[in-house]
Every structure is written in structure tokens, then in C-alpha cells.
Ligand binder design. Structure first.
Ligand code: G16
Length: 544
């Protein structure tokens, strides 16, 4: 087992990054996420697993992102990215959980070798891991623990330092496709900006963006990266962007009263800077993988355009383009949502756009896989996390179809520009924002025009602190609770009391809490139903 002295090296390195005892760690919705001071040993162990994963996949580069995204500054997280930029294959999540929960350093190293043996991996073959982190101060120490694991296991490593989560996903795919016909782009942060900027200019040909766009960056990594991106755009484009909440020097303000999660859950604009009436505004979250649009209407006040709206906007625009490109009979477009999608959006997509909608559990990893079954798969969570995927057949059709008219050529060119503009590895706030801006410019729409497509059912999302969130198990794409026994019956009997109502509860995979979602015919009924269901969850969460 230890002919090359690695056993001892890994053991020694592990002792430098002990796991905090008395905790059970679980690879959740977006990897391991918790208070940063619990994460050093976890990150070291994730390093061990990612080296095995790279060796399992013929030495392709694996990504590791250190971020807690929308969570407070004191938290952090670590997640593994597979070679094409997707989230870690689900079967391996349990291997990650097992490795991280090893009780002693010796047991950890034994398990590392056992996993390699079970997976038939030659531990002397090359391995490569690339990694990045958001702006949280704790990220530096965690990255060192990760590097220690990679060095101890003889893994080539590339530290990209501070990145948005979607940039790391881009770099993983670009690394693994470098020099191939499927090349995803130049393997550098600049390569990422260049790719998006060129595609944006191409998609905007002959169109103009009207008015200023204000972008709230949640005081996270999206701020400096957006500033950097804007330098890559030609001035003549006239894209007037004002970047706000871009303070990454004071860690305590990260996601504080700003950002996409704040806007979505509070259903109001960040108080700072003071929102300006009528201005088109959007918010990123702390690691720039979520996007929410909104504006303050002079008559009716705050109006939000969330992930459901972005999804229906993209699906409708791409549907029109496919039709104009003469590809309607060959390209199957589908939309993937979760239980959080507003019922009105699902109705609009199925009844008005006449597109298939599939519902999956929360977590982009679930939506992504289903979206891959379409030629154009549009997936967005209501919280603004999502993207659009194009199948290889669709991409070939956009390139090779011989246009019979200038209008058809224009549609085919715009579709090809979208393939490059949209980050197809994972939801990307910057890329999604550019997509929305292009669509609004093509349609010559304001946010009010966009909002007029359908009326949302009033809804409310509540976070409920419970004694033990693991008591809650779901079924039917998280729309029903299978455990604790009796809880779902109680929810059903509350829902029956309201018109056009729906409610569900589930344990969060990124926070130590449960989430309750309710919608109903009126705002006060949605609020009341959410409160009643929250009380049911509170009661069952203590085991009473
Ligand atoms: C992560 C996941 C999202 C998920 C969100 C909330 O987002 O990537 O898919 O919707 O957590 O998950 P939960 O309700 O299980 O806490 P982010 O932006 O925090 O990485």
C-alpha cells in the first residue's frame, strides 16, 4: 500500500488539518456548507476525494470551489466540480460524506486506499485538481488545507485564487476540452471574459440596450469580476452599467441586506444604495451564480422578476428564434423547474408557450441533468440559479443549416451567439444577465413589458429553525413530506382551507433550517398559509 511513502505523507498532512469532533458532515445541495471554523479538516478530505475522482476519470481535471454563496460571511463551503463543469456525480456524494466523517487520521487514510481499491484506481496515475474561492477571509486557510491534500496525494494543482463559482466551472471544462474540437474556451479568467464579451457583441448586432442597468453584487466576488468584464466590452456598444454593493474589503457586509437571496426572500429591493424609481436593476448573490431582476414602479412599487421569469423569457425567445431559423420540427425545447416555481409560471410555459415542464428536487445538479435530455433545456430555480443547455445536435444545426432568407440567417447567427454567451456548465449571474439584456434589446422590452407576460400567484417563502432538520424527508420532487409521519396530512388540511393554494416544506441542504413555501389566491392568504405550515414544521421539528 505504501511503497512510495504516500501513506505516511497523507497521514502527516491529515494531522495538520484535523476534523472538528462531534459533528456529522453531509455533502448537501451544494457540497459541504457550515461555519467556516468547522471546515478545515473537511476541505482537506475533499482534496483527497477530488484526487481520487481525477484518477478515476482518466486524469481529467476536477474542480473544487470554496464558497458559501448566499450564506453569511462567517460561513464557508466546499464543493467538487466534475470534468465538464457539472456538479459532482451524485453517487460520489456519499463517498465524500464517508471520507469526511472518518473518525481518526488512520481510519481516513485506510478509507482513502480502500476507496481507490474499490474504484479500481491506480494511485500512481496522474491527477489534476483546479480550485478557486470567493472573497470570504476564511477561504485562504481552507485553500491551503486543500493544497496540502493535493500535494500529499501527488496531484497536480492549479490555484486560481479568487473567482466566481461559475468561472471555476468554466475553467474546469475549458481545461478538459483544451485543444479538442469541443474546446469550451481559452483556459484563463481573461479567456472567460473574452468569450462572453465577443458573444454579447455578436448577439447584440444591430440592437441597442436602452437606459442604465444597476447591478447589486451582494458585496461579493461578482463585484470585482463584473468590473473586470466590463473592460472587455467595446465602448461603442453603449452598455451603461452601474455596479453597486461591490465592497469586498469589509467581509462582514457580504450578502448583508443586499444580493439576490435578500431580494428574493424579502421581496424588496436592497435599502442601500437607495433604490431609484424606474431604473432597471438586478442582484447577484455572494458567489455570482444567481440573478434576480427588479424595478421600483412609480405607481405600484417594487416588482421582482425572478428565476421563473428569466426561465420563461429565455424559453419564449429561444422558441421564437428556433421557429424563425426553420428548426422547429427538429429541436425539442423543454423547461425544468423545482417545487418553488410559481404556479403561474408553470401554467404560462405549458399553456401559452406550449413547452414541456419537468419538476425536480432543489439543487442545480438535479435540474441540469434533466435539462440535458432536451435539445434546448432551460432550467432556472425560482431563486435565480440556472442556465440554458444546448445539445451537440442543436449546436450543429445552428452552424450547418443553410439559410434561405436574411431573417433565417439572423436567427441562426443569434442562436449560435447564445451558445457562447450562456455558461452551459452551471448557473452564472453575469452570463445570465447578458442573456436577459440581449433578449430585452431584441424584443425592445422594458422590465414592465416583461412583467406583463403573466401575473404571479402571491407567494411566501419562510425559513424555519427546527431542532433537527434531518427528521424531514420528502417525496414527489420535494412537494410532499414522507417524514415525520402525520406532518403532510396536517399541511394538506391547511392547504384545503385556501383558494388556489399550494404549500410544501423541506429541509435546506445549505442551511441548518427548513424552508416552507406557500402560494394562494391573495397575498394575505399566502402569508397566513405559510405561517400555519411553518408552525406545523416547528412542532414536528422538535420531535413533539
Ligand atoms: C445552492 C444550490 C441551489 C439551491 C440553493 C438553496 O445555491 O446551488 O441549487 O437552490 O443552494 O438550497 P437549499 O434550499 O437546499 O438550502 P447557492 O447559490 O447557495 O450555491
Amino acid at each position: 500500500m505504501d511503497s512510495d511513502g504516500r501513506y505516511q505523507q497523507i497521514l502527516e498532512a491529515s494531522k495538520r488539518h484535523p476534523i472538528v469532533e462531534g459533528h456529522v458532515f453531509k455533502y448537501g445541495t451544494a457540497g459541504f456548507r457550515m461555519k467556516a471554523d468547522l471546515l478545515e479538516g473537511v476541505t482537506f478530505r475533499v482534496g483527497l476525494l477530488s484526487s481520487i475522482r481525477s484518477r478515476k476519470l482518466n486524469s481529467q481535471a476536477i474542480g473544487v470551489m470554496i464558497t458559501a454563496s448566499h450564506n453569511p460571511a462567517a460561513d464557508n463551503g466546499v464543493k467538487i466540480v466534475d470534468p465538464m463543469g457539472e456538479m459532482l456525480e451524485q453517487e460520489w456524494e456519499s463517498l465524500a460524506t464517508a471520507l469526511v466523517n472518518a473518525t481518526s487520521h488512520e481510519q481516513l487514510v485506510e478509507l482513502y486506499y480502500k476507496l481507490a481499491e474499490m474504484q479500481k484506481i491506480d494511485l500512481k496515475s496522474p491527477a489534476k485538481v483546479i480550485y478557486g474561492r470567493d472573497t470570504r477571509p476564511s477561504g485562504h486557510k481552507l485553500a491551503s488545507a486543500l493544497a496540502d491534500a493535493l500535494e500529499a496525494t501527488g496531484t497536480e494543482l492549479v490555484d486560481y485564487k479568487i473567482l466566481t463559482t461559475p468561472q471555476l466551472h468554466y475553467l474546469v471544462r475549458a481545461t478538459n476540452t483544451e485543444g479538442l474540437p469541443s474546446s469550451y474556451g481559452v483556459v484563463s479568467e481573461t479567456g472567460y471574459y473574452d468569450k462572453l464579451a465577443k458573444a454579447f457583441v455578436k448577439a447584440m448586432r444591430g440592437k441597442r440596450i436602452s437606459g442604465q442597468l444597476v447591478v447589486d453584487c451582494a458585496n461579493g466576488v461578482g463585484g470585482p469580476k463584473l468590473h473586470e468584464f466590463l473592460k472587455h466590452l467595446p465602448k461603442e456598444l453603449g452598455f451603461d452599467v452601474k455596479v453597486v454593493n461591490d465592497d469586498v474589503l469589509r467581509p462582514e457586509v457580504l450578502n448583508l441586506d443586499c444580493g439576490a437571496d435578500f431580494v428574493k426572500t424579502k421581496q424588496r429591493a436592497p435599502p442601500n444604495p437607495k433604490p431609484q424609481t424606474g431604473v432597471r436593476t438586478c442582484s447577484f448573490d455572494g458567489d455570482a451564480d444567481r440573478l434576480i431582476y427588479y424595478w421600483i414602479d412609480p405607481q405600484s412599487g417594487f416588482f421582482m422578476l425572478d428565476g421563473d421569469r428569466i426561465s420563461s423569457l429565455a424559453a419564449s425567445f429561444l422558441g421564437d428564434l428556433v421557429e424563425r431559423a426553420g428548426l422547429k420540427d427538429y429541436i425539442r425545447i423543454g423547461v425544468v423547474q423545482t417545487a418553488y416555481a410559481n404556479g403561474a409560471s408553470t401554467h404560462y410555459i405549458t399553456q401559452h408557450l406550449k413547452l414541456d415542464v419537468i419538476c425536480t428536487p432543489t439543487g442545480v445538479k438535479h435540474l441540469h441533468h434533466v435539462a440535458q435530455t432536451f435539445d434546448i433545456g432551460v432550467y432556472f430555480e425560482a431563486n435565480g440559479h440556472g442556465t440554458v443547455l444546448f445539445s451537440p445536435d442543436a449546436i450543429t444545426a445552428f452552424k450547418n443549416t443553410e439559410p434561405q432568407s436574411p431573417a433565417q440567417k439572423d436567427a441562426l447567427d443569434t442562436l449560435s451567439a447564445f451558445v457562447a454567451l450562456i455558461n452551459q456548465t452551471v448557473g452564472d449571474a453575469l452570463s445570465d444577465m447578458l442573456m436577459v439584456e440581449v433578449i430585452l434589446a431584441h424584443k425592445n422590452w422594458t422590465l414592465r413589458d416583461w412583467a406583463m407576460t403573466y401575473a404571479d400567484l402571491p407567494n411566501r417563502l419562510v425559513r424555519v429553525e427546527v431542532g433537527n432538520k434531518d427528521l424531514f424527508e420528502t417525496t414527489d420532487a420535494e412537494r410532499r413530506l414522507s417524514k415525520p409521519y402525520g406532518a403532510q396530512d396536517e399541511i394538506d388540511s391547511e392547504v384545503r382551507k385556501y383558494k388556489d393554494a399550494r404549500a410544501f416544506a423541506r429541509a435546506s441542504g445549505t442551511e441548518n433550517a427548513c424552508r416552507v413555501y406557500a402560494e394562494a389566491a391573495t397575498r394575505s392568504e399566502a402569508n397566513e398559509l405559510a405561517d400555519r405550515v411553518a408552525r406545523i414544521i416547528e412542532r414536528h421539528g422538535t420531535g413533539v
